[in-house]
Design a protein around this ligand. Structure first.
Ligand code: ACM
Ligand code: ZN
Length: 757
């Protein structure tokens, strides 16, 4: 624990005994808060004093904020007058970039920033504190805050291609970023399903590329489509307006122009830039598509001219060039692509992708900017000055940092806010995944594998909002909040600030603020979560119920009835030795706070028994440990909770010890198909039995039904056999087939539950 944090703890505990403890919902938590006696009160004669003229934008932002909270607008003056908020920039070593101090005394408020961004962050802290509690009483408890960010890149992304969002909402989204001191807005502007940025030199990119003849809807594997023409784009004037709006909030807009994959909208407009020449259509469905940019000279000309206009519009250091999910099938069959590979001495299509990105990088660098791309840009060799956005896990970020390249961490496990954030029974349809606000709050952006010197290359982290299943602004807000607030604290506040209970109490105050502002957010935090564990007593399942600390009392039933405020209160482990449905809800006094969630345990001969799993699951998909396979709970059809364990390996063996020799009827294990996420069913599962745990006799080898999707069972009849041990040898495909997302990589294997009867 650092000196700074010891100091912080001392200050915070001092706060609880002060005469007027400030109820602070500030998110992200400031580095240091020193409470003091008294309060500052705005009056109609209050003014805002600007020490530097260049703080006019910040002064106006504060004035407008005060007007919307208190109903009057203080004048901006060059010197303090009356009850003043004084804004100033003071460059000194003690406040690093974006840092500030905010001193509230009974007759004056001073905000001193290391730079104008620091002043701005001080203003958002002040406005957010004024927002809490009683808006009718403008008194603000005195204190001094000293604050600075942990990371330079504190990002949020928005996909406007799968669904389009108007400028007014993009600004509202930027306001949310500013509220939580996020400072990068990654605007995903081009994709297969739509080209959303006007390019003067190539009008067809939006005339053709911004519109599609329908959209996919419903669960992915149902493959249902409507035929309603859908689309939209931003004019360059609108883009300039958004960039300026963000700049006034000290947020840099990072535009993403996707290449060489996710290019169908552009190819629909200019089919000559594909390998086959088309025709192509702007895509209606979700996923990864084979038709990508062909590395022809005409393609580079168009992309460079596009990027030249993009760099005119977006003044930030980084231009995002995509780079993810580029299938190589067209390139393999294309004479032009093959001739480029021969000419350039490239050994495979990954190197061709690398050649593509390096050429684009050279162009962007020549214009004084840098590229950032998704972690696939590492494949075939990273461009010399590129930064990497690590999304498929943390490996990409680790590899980048270890080779001296900057990285932004955005792993799907913690930073994909299109995933479910609570029990899908109560959530709108989502793409899949399961990422609760607690999980985001627990995220540490710097991978443990890095040395301190390498860790300096981790610029920060970013939350991503892909919008295949998100059609409205309200839904964007709901998916972003409160997870964005949790991530904001991770990227701003000191590493050591990790008090989930304290965070959740601030979040509860923040929910009131958001509600008052008419902003949508999820309260899935109030739903009880279940976790199961094994017991020394074999054949038993121990269940724990949890919510974040301090939210209320958990009450539950095990007879299937609805829990009420008089049901059993959960204090410790629920022990079950037979099938049951546990229902649980959170109560504050007699008020039910969330939804009732349920866990059904279905016992068979394997449930609660000892097992061996070789190798163990990948740490990213191992929430409940290997006991998950015998915990009496089968996962649903989708990968949306902790019931799935994942592996990226060629073979897994699962051996269950039934405890004693048993007469058997059936054995099976559950697997998953979710090809869009690179999860393929096992290639085969061999089921064998043994009486001594040494010598196994094969019973059957089962293969998947090629048409089956979602969860599927790999089982066999065992009538007439008796055994104590049952073994499943699960083999994966050697590589994802060519026509599938992730082609060429080892597929993921997901298993949920063993059944033995
Ligand atoms: C991504 O999610 N395809 C970067
Ligand atoms: Zn080609």
């Amino acid at each position: 624990m650092t000196h700074r944090i010891l100091f912080l703890c001392a200050l915070l505990s001092a706060g609880t005994v002060s005469a007027q403890p400030p109820t602070s919902s500030l998110i992200p938590l400031p580095v240091r808060v020193v409470p003091a006696e008294g309060a500052f009160t705005f009056d109609a004669a209050s003014t805002i004093a600007l020490d530097q003229r260049e703080l006019t934008d910040e002064g106006e932002f504060l004035r407008d904020g005060i007007r919307s909270l208190l109903g009057f607008a203080p004048m901006l003056l060059p010197a303090p007058k009356g009850r003043t908020v004084r804004l100033s920039i003071l460059q000194r070593d003690s406040i690093p970039a974006e840092g500030y101090t905010l001193a509230i005394t009974p007759d004056r408020i001073d905000i001193i920033g290391a730079d104008d961004a620091g002043v701005f962050h001080g203003i958002t802290s002040l406005l957010n504190m004024m927002h809490q509690g009683d808006n009718a009483s403008p008194g603000i408890a005195c204190r001094t805050i000293t604050d600075l960010p942990r990371f330079a890149w504190r990002g949020m992304h928005l996909d406007v291609c799968r669904h389009f969002f108007p400028v007014a909402f993009v600004k509202r989204y930027i306001d949310l970023l500013a509220r939580y001191k996020m400072n990068r807005f990654h605007w995903h502007l081009t994709d297969d399903q739509g080209w959303r940025i006007e390019i003067k030199k190539y009008p067809k990119l939006t005339q053709v590329g911004a519109w599609r003849n329908g959209s996919q809807y419903g669960p992915y594997n149902q493959h249902t489509f409507d035929s309603t023409r859908y689309g939209g784009f931003y004019t360059q004037e609108q883009i300039r307006d958004v960039v300026a709006y963000a700049q006034a909030r000290h947020i840099t807009v990072v535009p993403e122009i996707e290449m060489p994959g996710h290019a169908l909208a552009a190819l629909a407009a200019y089919p000559e830039l594909g390998c086959t020449g088309g025709p192509y259509a702007v895509e209606r469905g979700w996923g990864v598509f084979d038709d990508v940019f062909c590395p022809k000279e005409e393609t580079f000309t168009l992309l460079q001219n596009v990027l030249a206009e993009v760099m005119e519009l977006f003044p930030g250091e980084y231009i995002h060039i995509g780079g993810d999910e580029c299938p190589k099938v067209r390139w393999k069959a294309c004479p032009h692509c093959q001739s480029v590979m021969e000419r350039e001495g490239l050994k495979d299509e990954h190197e061709l992708q690398s050649y593509f990105i390096k050429r684009i990088e050279r162009f962007v660098n020549e214009h004084g900017r840098k590229i950032i791309g998704w972690d696939e840009i590492l494949e075939g060799g990273l461009a010399p000055n590129a930064a990497v956005m690590s999304w498929r896990g943390t490996e990409g970020g680790i590899a980048a940092a270890q080779s001296g390249h900057y990285a932004v961490m955005s792993p799907g496990s913690h930073c994909y806010f299109d995933h479910y954030q609570g029990d899908p029974a109560f959530e709108p349809l989502a793409i899949g995944g399961f990422t609760t606000v607690q999980k985001v709050y627990g995220y540490e952006p710097v991978p443990a594998e890095l040395t301190p010197a390498e860790a300096k290359y981790i610029l920060g982290a970013q939350g991503n909002l892909w919008t295949e299943y998100i059609l409205t602004p309200e839904h964007v807000e709901y998916m972003a909040l409160p997870r964005m607030a949790a991530l904001a604290e991770r990227v701003w506040s000191p590493k050591e600030v990790r008090d989930e209970g304290a965070f959740v109490r601030r979040l509860e105050l923040e929910f009131e603020n958001l509600g008052a502002m008419g902003i949508h957010f999820s309260k899935s935090l109030y739903n009880v979560e279940f976790s199961t564990k094994g017991s020394k007593k074999r054949g038993q399942v121990n269940t724990e119920l949890s919510v974040a600390p301090g939210l209320g009392e958990i009450r539950y039933t095990t007879d299937g009835s609805e829990p009420t405020d008089t049901s059993a209160r959960f204090f410790s482990t629920i022990e079950q030795r037979g099938s049951a449905t546990i229902k649980a809800a959170l109560f504050g006094g007699n008020k039910k706070l969330g939804n009732t969630t349920a866990l059904t345990l279905t016992f068979d001969k394997a449930t609660g028994r000892a097992l061996q799993v070789e190798p163990g699951p990948d740490e990213r998909y191992d929430d409940g440990g290997i006991f998950t396979l015998v915990n009496g709970v089968s996962a649903g059809a989708k990968r949306v909770n902790h019931e799935w364990l994942g592996w990226c390996t060629s073979q897994v063996t699962v051996t269950v010890d039934l405890g004693s020799e048993e007469g058997l009827a059936h054995a099976g294990i559950g697997g998953l198909e979710e090809r869009s996420s690179w999860i393929h069913p096992p290639e085969s599962v061999t089921i064998a039995t043994s009486s001594d745990g040494q010598t196994f006799t094969d019973a059957a080898t089962v293969r998947p039904d090629p048409k089956a999707s979602g969860r599927m069972e790999f089982g066999t009849d065992l009538s007439g056999r008796s055994a104590r041990y049952v073994r499943f040898t699960v083999r994966t495909l050697p590589a994802i087939p060519d026509d599938q997302p992730g082609a060429g990589n080892l597929p993921w294997l997901f298993l949920d539950e063993v059944h033995v009867r």
